[in-house]
Design a protein around this ligand. Sequence first.
Ligand code: AMP
Length: 480
Amino acid sequence: MKSQSNLEPEFVERPTRNQHWKDECGVFGLWNDKEASHLTYLGLYALQHRGQESTGIVSLTEKEGAPHHVHHKAMGLVADAYKEKDLERLRGRAAIGHVRYSTTGSNLLTNAQPLTARVKNRPVALAHNGNIVNAAMIRQELSDEGSIFQGTNDTEVLLHLLARSPESDIIEALKRSVSRLEGAFSFVFLDDRQMVAIRDPWGFRPLVLGKRLNAEGGYSTIVASETCAFDLIGATFVREIEPGEIFWIDKDGEHSIRFADKNHKLARCVFEHVYFARPDSIVFGGSVYETRKNLGRALAHENKVSADLVVPVPDSGVPAAIGYSQESGIPFELGIIRNHYVGRTFIEPKQAIRSFGVKIKLNPQAAVLQGKRVIVIDDSLVRGTTSKKIVQLIRQAGAKEVHIRIAAPPTMGPCFYGVDTPNKSELIAANKSVQEICNFVEADSLGYLSFEGLFKSVKGERGSFCAACFDQKYPTPLYD
Ligand code: AMP
């Protein structure tokens, strides 16, 4: 997956995973609108970049006078997963939804979220973004005591903890249950009485609260992974769900309690700003677009090279390339054009076409690149495969020199908190020096951003971020 606006996987093979429950996900929930499921569908549409493999919506309605959950889950993109009749069926004034990316697991639809169950004799639905690092441990313990798990995902442990919790009050039961979890979790939960939002004490993944005027002149309460989901449905941002907070809304209004100390150390994922979040979102209080431009500016400041053009790898490298161009005074050009309409698979002709797999998505413009010294900007370099192919394409288009600049430090370690990264053995920077990587991608030069440059560009204290993918300082013990 290269692009934020583009929804299909990268032309290079996706990294292989060492755990089958490592997800990239987006969550959304809305309370108090007669079109709750339609608005949730739109919210998920805006969050599609966070996961493209499966999606689901659960709404709260009534059946024979009793509260009742209706759900629809499907593999694939939001645009394909729901038909008008599905949304009509998802009646009710409250709904939660999920988009998920995960490649393995025998029955992928079983793992699709929101997960649904009957707990304490009521319907519950749960959507999760993040990765719980002691899930396998808890799962083993619960299985030993007789719990039967439906899927292979980490999220299900919360439903089991909830079912076993001695508290009859669901918020108290949630409080006890989430206190046992370690790692990254931004949850949206719906039962027959309330919608609940919970964020882990480290604040790894974003989770924001918004409101929207509904058709009856009242207000809907909304939670979402990113603010771009609010923009699409005309909602306004209110605040972040705080790390360590349980927020809920029911017929009596909004409530909030904490399950972790307000002074708990933060570990907000810096990679949300580098690559994962949409550039039009405000994440952890800062504009992703501005941050990425700052990353590009800092890169230009630290890593000068004499050249004729600054060219982004579309689309994820665009804001950083703008920043690099502005800081260096070297003109910005779209030297590579992306085809946004490429599907997941394509049928190759029998007779091989040079670099076909790359060119179907990215086409270098010879008219722009011919005879030029080019600086190519990308947001990150993981295995080096993308950069290598791009260098080849740009040279084939007639560029005289190709200099790769990466608007982040070298990716050194896998993420255990919900971003899909390959094993360490596949991370090129964990195994080769910068010069060796440069040789591998066959560029004239290669430069990364420093840690100082990274943290100067992101709003907030350096110590309040998790940058484990770059510095391998994992904030939690990695139990599993
Ligand atoms: P690679 O070819 O493995 O070096 O991948 C680097 C490219 O993948 C960069 O252009 C990034 O925009 C993109 N990328 C980085 N991290 C991820 C991720 N977690 N999921 C999908 N794509 C990513």
